[in-house]
Design a protein around this ligand. Structure first.
Ligand SMILES: [Cu+2]
Length: 137
């Protein structure tokens, strides 16, 4: 009888802790870039926190991991501006590029709570399928 009384609270505690762990947003994420996809295609990170990202480029050409600004989404590359200056000023929140076959670890400050589009901005890569989302909360 005494053992049974002890086991039930432990089981309840275990469920509560598992719940906490699965809902806590990450501060370190991984991505593999390839022609023409990102894996995974969704990350949930802690809003406003410094996030470490490990990027692997498993492809044979350079790829980018670009977070677009709050409220900015594109449906196709035709929605991107003509110049790099406009792209950086009006579309990009944070970006990093990794050479083919390379890896890199970088940090960025996660934007405010929301959902942000992630793209590779190299010509024909978004249209080829290099898109994902970053959720911050
Ligand atoms: Cu790419």
């Amino acid at each position: 009888m005494q053992l049974r009384k002890l086991l039930i609270p432990i089981a309840v505690l275990g469920i509560a802790l598992a719940g906490c762990g699965s809902s806590a947003p990450a501060t370190e994420i991984d991505v593999t870039l390839d022609e023409f996809k990102m894996n995974p295609t969704s990350w949930t990170v802690a809003a406003g926190e410094e996030i470490t990202i490990n990027i692997k480029n498993a492809g044979t050409v350079g790829h980018e991991w670009v977070i677009l600004q709050d409220g900015v989404t594109i449906a196709s590359e035709a929605d991107l501006p003509a110049t790099e200056e406009e792209l950086l000023a009006d579309f990009v929140y944070w970006e990093e590029e990794v050479d083919p076959g390379g890896t890199g670890t970088f940090t960025f400050t996660a934007p405010a709570a929301g959902t942000y589009q992630v793209i590779c901005a190299i010509e024909d890569h978004f249209n080829g399928g290099m898109k994902a989302e970053l959720i911050t909360k």
